[in-house]
Write a protein that binds this ligand. Structure first.
Ligand SMILES: NC(=O)c1ccc[n+]([C@@H]2O[C@H](COP(=O)([O-])OP(=O)(O)OC[C@H]3O[C@@H](n4cnc5c(N)ncnc54)[C@H](OP(=O)(O)O)[C@@H]3O)[C@@H](O)[C@H]2O)c1
Length: 406
């Protein structure tokens, strides 16, 4: 890389791209120079003095550019663009969790072969420096488990649910959509797909294991309904991402849980994210910060930019660990639809039933106090307390495939 200013090609000038541009111009203009900015719809961009192009591959082939920042999102053309940029020996920084979750292994290999860096701190946890923390510091501590709130949209919705239990769930979802916290199709957030992708990215950096996002059991919030709001009188619902290593087996799962005031994440509200790492040598460590938004996410992009010249320690694959998502749920509340109650109650306790229940989109919540289960049973269509011994090995991963989200 030249000793003068580092030249940057910025692909994407949306929520994150604009803030990256502004932060570099305001704080790092002596060190970095953005030489080209790729966009898709020039008619939307009236800003003057910005070197726009509608051909992202111009950035990959520009011999002056040292570092590519990819902020267009999605799989294509981002995938081919990053591949070509790495082949052209440019460092690449991206916030694209979807791409890294599915193609991280291939892209990391390509970066290594070309002697350049591929960094993607902003793909998980917005402003929280989780990946660099894992890379540089924490793997030595020997991580047992990682628990996190890593989807700001659903945390916002669940926060509103707690704050105004009288507001219908539909109204809260609409509010989230109006504020830009939810896509027109909310499945990506509410079915846990976004969290699955982020878990896959974290799993590599924490444990050196490639986990396929679509195989992680994720219990949907899509079925959250007014009937479930009774839960909020016993605590706050949080949508948890989990990774746990036990006896050489690594499991991941996504599940709504009820937390009470003594839980460290009780006050993690709205779009905030929080990640707790439980380690062998240092016990619990917690990182909390804004999980989305232009400025917070741009901060992580720029942290990568500042790190790009340092050769970061490489994550090594751990071939001893077996990926196995079978988990034990100690106590869950399941609500099934009316009309099916009798049939389902009769079958409680058999694995077949449990897999049928959880495999569908019915609401499943962990950590519901027994008192709540007993008192509130009449309000729920069905409430089941699963003993520790019940494995959920037959639970289907959600109906999620690479194609459905593209
Ligand atoms: N928003 C957040 O809070 C957040 C947080 C964490 C991570 N991320 C990740 O950051 C990335 C960017 O997100 P965002 O919210 O900034 O997206 P966005 O607001 O939709 O912006 C996307 C930008 O990419 C441009 N673009 C799309 N396709 C293109 C193409 N084929 N060629 C050139 N330009 C193209 C668009 O151009 P036009 O403007 O011309 O349409 C737009 O400027 C995504 O991977 C996302 O998952 C976002």
């Amino acid at each position: 890389m030249s000793a003068s200013k580092i030249k940057i090609g910025l692909a994407g000038f949306g929520v994150v791209g604009k803030h990256v541009y502004q932060q570099i111009s305001a704080d790092h203009s002596t060190q970095f120079e953005i030489v080209k900015v790729a966009i898709k719809h020039p008619e939307l961009h009236t800003e003057t003095g910005i070197p726009f192009t509608t051909n992202i591959f111009e950035l990959a082939y520009d011999p002056d550019i040292d570092v590519i920042i990819e902020l267009i999102g999605g799989i294509q053309p981002a995938h081919e663009f990053i591949r070509e940029s790495l082949r052209q020996k440019k460092h690449v920084i991206t916030a694209n969790k979807f791409l890294i979750a599915y193609h991280g292994e291939e892209l990391r290999k390509l970066a290594g072969e070309n002697g350049v860096q591929l960094l993607y701190e902003a793909s998980v946890g917005g402003s929280i420096p989780i990946l660099s923390t894992l890379n540089c510091n924490l793997r030595h501590h020997q991580i047992h488990s990682i628990t996190g709130i890593i989807n700001g949209s659903t945390n916002f919705i669940l926060t509103r649910l707690h704050q105004s239990p009288k507001t219908p769930v539909e109204t809260i979802l609409k509010e989230a959509r109006d504020l830009g916290f939810l896509e027109a199709d909310p499945s990506y957030d509410l079915k846990g797909w976004d969290i699955q992708q982020k878990l896959a990215v974290i799993a590599w950096h924490a444990f050196g294991v490639n986990v396929l996002p679509g195989q992680i059991p994720a219990f949907s919030l899509m079925e959250l309904a007014d009937e479930d709001k009774f839960l909020t009188s016993y605590g706050k619902l949080k949508y948890f991402a989990n990774l746990e290593k036990q006896d050489g087996h690594l499991s991941a799962w996504v599940l709504p849980e009820l937390v009470t005031e003594d839980h460290p994440f009780y006050d993690v509200n709205n779009e905030y994210n929080a990640i707790r790492l439980n380690t062998r040598y240092s016990g619990n460590q917690v990182l909390v910060g804004k999980g989305a938004g232009g400025n917070p996410t741009a901060c992580s992009v720029i942290a990568d930019l500042l790190a790009v010249e340092h050769q970061l320690p490489e994550v090594k694959a751990d071939k001893q660990i077996v990926v196995n998502h079978n988990r034990i749920l100690d106590q869950v509340y399941l609500r099934a639809k009316k009309g099916q109650t009798k049939k389902l109650i009769l079958a409680v306790g058999t694995q077949g039933l449990i897999s049928r229940l959880i495999g569908s989109d019915r609401i499943v919540v962990k950590n519901v106090p027994l008192v709540a289960l007993a008192e509130l049973q009449p309000l729920a269509d069905i409430v089941v307390s699963l003993p520790k011994s019940v494995f959920i090995e037959k639970i289907q991963a959600p109906t999620y495939s690479y194609q459905t989200v593209m």
